[in-house]
Write a protein that binds this ligand. Structure first.
Ligand code: NAP
Length: 298
C-alpha cells in the first residue's frame, strides 16, 4: 500500500445523522456487493445507476446528480464504463458532491493506474481527488476481475476463451474482495484517508491456468486460446465496444503480454484481515455459472 499526502483534517463524518453512502455503479459487480456489506455494518447505502438501483444516476444527465447526493456524506466512485475521457465530467460531479456535503470518496481505479496511457483519464481522476481539500479519498486499484470469466466480459465460445495474453500472468481479483475493501474504507474513512490500495488475487495465473481451474471445478470442457492483440481488439470493436475504448483494451492486454500484469499484493488481507480469494475458491463459489456454459461440441 502506498500513501498519498492527505488533505487537512476537516472533521470527516462528525455530524450526528446516520452515515449515508452513495454507491455509483450500484448494480455492478462491486457496487452491489458493497451495498450489502455497508447495510450489514450500519452505513446506509444508496445504490445509483441508470436503471435498477435505488436512485437513477446517469453520468450523462447532470439533472440526476444533485438528488442522488442528498444527505450523502461518503461516496463510492465508479466512473463511466467503456470510456476513457471522463475527467471533466467526474470533476464537475465531485465539485457538486463536495458542495452537497460529501466528505470522503473511495475510487475504483485500475491496477498500475500511474502507467495508464495518455488519453485515459484514470490517473487524472486520482490526481483530482488528491488535489481536493474539502474531502478525503482512498484509491482502490484493482487487477483484472475474476468475474470477467463468468459474466461475458471474456466470452466463452464453444468452450474456449480467446484473449491476447502471450502466456503472460495476471493476479485476477475477486470482485467480492474489492467490495470488502471498499466497505472498510467507507466505514472508516479517516483510517484509510490518502491510501492507495493495489487489489489483487493471491496468485498470478496464466489464462491457461485459469481455464484449467474452471474446467476442473465445473467438470466441463473449458480451454484458452491466445490471439493476436490487434485482431482481438478489432473483433471487440466490431462487436460493439466503443472505438475510443481500444486504447484501454490495448493497455490492459498489453500489460499481460509484456509480462507486466498484476502481481499479488498483501493489501486485501491488510485491510480486511482475510486473505484474498483464490481463483479456485472463486470458481467453486460461482460454479453455478459453469453449469450453464455451452459445452464444447462433441
Ligand atoms: N473489469 C475489470 O476487470 C476491472 C478491473 C479493474 C478496474 N475496473 C474498473 O471498474 C469499473 C467498473 O467496471 P466494471 O466493468 O466492473 O462494471 P460494473 O461495475 O460491473 O458495472 C458498471 C456499473 O456502472 C453503471 N453505469 C455504467 N455506465 C453508467 C453511466 N453512464 N451512468 C451511470 N452509471 C453507469 C452500471 O449500471 P447501468 O448500466 O444501469 O447504468 C453498473 O451499475 C470501471 O471503472 C473499470 O475500469 C474493472
Amino acid at each position: 500500500m502506498d500513501r498519498l499526502a492527505t488533505g487537512p483534517d476537516h472533521g470527516v463524518m462528525n455530524n450526528e445523522s446516520p452515515p449515508l453512502a452513495l454507491v455509483l455503479g450500484g448494480t455492478g459487480r462491486t457496487g452491489s456487493l458493497l451495498a450489502d456489506r455497508l447495510a450489514r455494518r450500519g452505513v446506509t447505502p444508496r445504490t445509483a445507476a441508470r436503471s435498477g438501483a435505488a436512485v437513477r444516476f446517469d453520468w450523462d444527465d447532470p439533472a440526476t446528480h444533485r438528488g442522488a447526493l442528498a444527505g450523502v456524506d461518503r461516496l463510492y466512485l465508479v466512473t463511466p464504463t467503456l470510456r476513457v475521457r471522463y475527467a471533466a465530467q467526474v470533476a464537475a460531479f465531485l465539485d457538486l458532491a463536495e458542495s452537497e456535503g460529501v466528505r470522503h470518496v473511495s475510487y475504483l481505479s485500475v491496477h498500475h493506474a500511474e502507467q495508464a496511457p495518455a488519453g485515459v483519464d484514470i490517473a487524472a481522476v486520482e490526481a483530482d481527488l488528491a488535489s481536493r481539500h474539502g474531502l478525503t479519498h482512498t484509491v482502490l486499484r484493482a487487477a483484472w476481475v475474476m468475474q470477467n470469466f463468468v459474466d461475458g466480459h471474456i466470452p466463452l465460445v464453444d468452450g474456449v476463451f480467446t484473449v491476447p495474453s502471450g502466456g503472460g500472468r495476471e493476479a485476477f481479483v475477486d470482485a467480492a474482495d474489492i467490495a470488502a475493501v471498499a466497505a472498510e474504507t467507507l466505514l472508516d474513512p479517516a483510517g484509510h484517508a490518502g491510501a492507495v490500495y493495489s487489489l489483487t488475487g493471491p496468485q498470478a495465473l496464466t489464462f491457461d491456468e485459469a481455464a484449467d481451474t474452471l474446467a476442473s471445478v465445473s467438470g466441463q470442457a473449458v480451454a484458452y486460446r491466445d490471439i493476436d492483440q490487434e485482431t482481438w481488439i478489432s473483433g471487440a470493436l466490431a462487436a460493439g465496444v466503443p472505438a475510443e475504448y481500444a486504447v484501454m483494451l490495448r493497455w490492459l492486454t498489453g500489460s499481460v503480454i509484456t509480462g507486466h500484469g498484476a502481481t499479488p499484493t498483501p493489501d486485501i488481507e491488510k485491510v480486511t484481515g482475510r486473505p484474498a480469494t483464490t481463483f479456485r475458491a472463486f470458481a467453486e463459489r460461482d460454479a453455478h455459472a459453469w453449469t450453464t456454459i455451452t459445452p464444447e461440441p462433441k
